[in-house]
Design a protein around this ligand. Structure first.
Ligand SMILES: [Zn+2]
Length: 414
């Protein structure tokens, strides 16, 4: 059977994305669908109703991951899998994550209406809490599934209001009974917006990352001495926020000092008591370091850690450092990456071999089976913001690449 003329329905894909964008839609045109909130539940319910229309076999596991399985001709063969995440950042965009769930859904709808059978089964997945903004760290549910993280450790993670992950999972009705544990997968493709400016700058339509940068997260806690700002002389103050300010600039200068090949960011800070007439006595901030070279990132951290300790000592602000999370850089399967590039080629789309600066569930999936990703351009390179945008025709093109990569993989007998 020749599938080379098969294409997804771009309008239907757009319609699904627009429906989803209404759930947690923000006035600025983005979405706020934090993990395990009522909005997450509402979007999951809609997703599950769409899976039911295709008669997929639906499984929800104990981490709330949702799987929909379409049988193949030979169900003893390991399935091909594709998916991403439904959750979003606070005031996030309409494409991050959800495109990688609606994309494979559109592929399955296309196969369904054309009565296309594949040799292997196909599985679509929504991974719980990819973003990690409500419950840190990110990508926890694919991490547990892949065996890289402990389920009970994730269950006990709390949000800023003290709510537990497991309790919230139960509350929204998505703590399933299936064990969250990897099973054999033939290969995994994750479709995603690029979230950066490279494709647009290079004028290319499809990105095939050779892998994902390593990702190191740290949490810094500083203690100072609170006092009335007026009567307290500048000399002898222990101002935790000033110590943090010096440290933040050190983080910003770090990639320059290390000679590039990395990025380093402080994205979150809490200052206490956060009053204009009290010297801050407690500050928490985060550090995020990413590189293709794990050793380079660790060397950079050691350098900046030493600076932190010196600054803390100079200002008399005791420091506590937590090494919260490390994911090694993740080179994807070359054969699968090539298949993405070839599929783009056959469809007449321009493509680019690149790297992914953002973390994705594909990092953990890459530890389980041959994995690749498909990127489409983010307009202006903007993501994790309300103005995040991707052209509808680009969404359609990426879904066509996914369709052909999945079809070819699902018909591999070996
Ligand atoms: Zn994402």
């Amino acid at each position: 059977m020749d599938f080379k003329d098969l294409r997804v329905n771009g309008q239907r894909l757009q319609g699904s994305l627009e429906e989803m964008a209404k759930i947690g839609g923000t006035p600025g045109g983005g979405v706020q669908r934090l993990t395990l909130t009522d909005e997450d539940k509402q979007a999951r319910d809609l997703f599950v109703s769409w899976l039911k229309e295709l008669n997929l076999e639906i499984t929800v596991d104990e981490m709330g991951n949702i799987f929909g399985k379409r049988p193949g001709r030979n169900n003893d063969l390991a399935p091909v899998m594709s998916g991403s995440h439904i959750d979003s950042q606070p005031k996030g965009g309409r494409f991050d994550g959800i495109l990688g769930v609606m994309g494979p859904l559109e592929v399955l709808r296309t196969l369904h209406e054309n009565n296309v059978e594949t040799e292997r089964p196909m599985v679509i997945v929504d991974w719980t809490n990819e973003e990690g903004s409500r419950f840190a760290p990110a990508m926890v549910a694919s991490g547990v599934w892949a065996g890289a993280l402990e389920r009970d450790w994730v269950y006990d993670r709390t949000d800023i209001g003290g709510k537990r992950f497991e309790d919230e999972l139960i509350r929204i009705g998505y703590k399933g009974t299936a064990a969250c544990k990897k099973w054999p997968v033939h290969c995994y493709y994750e479709y995603h917006i690029e979230q950066g400016p490279i494709l647009e700058m290079e004028g290319k339509l499809i990105g095939a990352p050779k892998g994902i940068l390593c990702l190191h997260w740290y949490d810094i806690y500083l203690a100072g001495e609170a006092n009335q700002v007026g009567p307290t002389p500048m000399e002898g103050r222990h101002d935790a926020l000033c110590a943090a300010a010096e440290m933040i600039l050190k983080v910003n200068q770090l990639p320059g000092r290390m000679g590039g090949n990395m990025v380093a960011t402080v994205g979150e800070i809490q200052n206490y008591p956060n009053s204009r007439n009290i010297i801050p006595d407690k500050v928490h901030f985060t550090v995020d370091i990413r590189s293709w070279d794990d050793e380079h990132a660790i060397k950079a951290w050691e350098l900046v850690r030493k600076d932190f300790e010196d600054i803390a000592a100079n200002r008399g602000c005791p420091i506590k450092i937590e090494e919260t999370w490390r994911v090694e850089h993740s080179p994807f399967d070359e054969k699968r990456v090539q298949l993405v590039l070839d599929s783009a080629d056959q469809l007449g789309y321009s493509s680019l071999h690149m790297v992914s600066g953002a973390g994705h569930d594909a990092s953990y999936m890459n530890q389980v089976c041959p994995t690749a990703m498909i990127f489409v351009p983010s307009i202006g390179g903007r993501s994790h913001v309300e103005v995040e945008n991707t052209r509808w025709e680009d969404c359609e093109a990426g879904a066509n690449v996914l369709l052909h990569a999945l079809l070819q993989s699902a018909n591999e007998k070996l």
